[in-house]
Design a protein around this ligand. Sequence first.
Ligand code: ATP
Ligand code: MG
Length: 247
Amino acid sequence: MSAATAATAPTDVILSTGGLVKRFGGLVAVDNVALTLERGSVLGMIGINGAGKTTVMNCVNGIYKSDAGSVVFNGVDITNRTPHAIAKSGVGRTFQVPRIFHRMTLIDNLMVTELDSADSDAVLTERAEQALARVDMFDLRYNHGEELSGGQQKLLELARVMMFDPELILLDEPFAGVNPSLCRLFIERIRELQRGGKSFLLVSHDLTSIYKLSNRIIVLNQGQVIAEGGVDDIKSDPAVIEAYLGQ
Ligand SMILES: Nc1ncnc2c1ncn2[C@@H]1O[C@H](COP(=O)(O)OP(=O)(O)OP(=O)(O)O)[C@@H](O)[C@H]1O
Ligand SMILES: [Mg+2]
């Protein structure tokens, strides 16, 4: 490739939003948010409680219908498609408060997301077992969801995401309430998945972990993007320091 071609080559964007707005009555929870996530990278999203981070994720994966703006995934406009359609197109998600089935075994917790799969039960079971092994929970596969600690529930959600192998993974507070050894395991898996080409939108109040993992960071405050850049730029950005110190 010539130098001229390289200089003009477009970046490979897997996810972008433009002018995204979500209102709850008079509250503008997401206020004209534009973000860009390059394929194979981790975009960290930070901001104090109520800044709008979870709401952005909910607009991206279709849980909320946005009031304005667009969400483009892999070059396709997916704005306000159903969560199921967005998941099927290759967007996985874990939740701030884990959404697992307490009365089901861990294996069934994973299998249930693949109900419309063309694969046989035997194939799906094997994939579920492999996914559980990757989060060190193979031995717990016949235990019920309710027997898991909060941290294990978060890892179960990660296993569920890995089971259907999405290109883009949205992680909402994966480290909150998770003990240090499970946190390390979670971080190891994120890095491994990233090395395998996966892309992440990562929300966390754990700034140490998010600074360690993210290629770029976006900072929200009262629904608006107040800063965006590399980790070092964000750490020293006066608007970010003010938003955090002023809380
Ligand atoms: N379903 C809803 N109905 C009404 N208001 C909502 C709803 N979901 C979120 N909000 C409000 O929107 C704003 C943004 O909330 P959001 O949960 O996105 O913040 P967040 O940045 O994820 O905060 P946290 O760090 O506490 O998780 C908050 O003021 C919140 O109260
Ligand atoms: Mg949140």
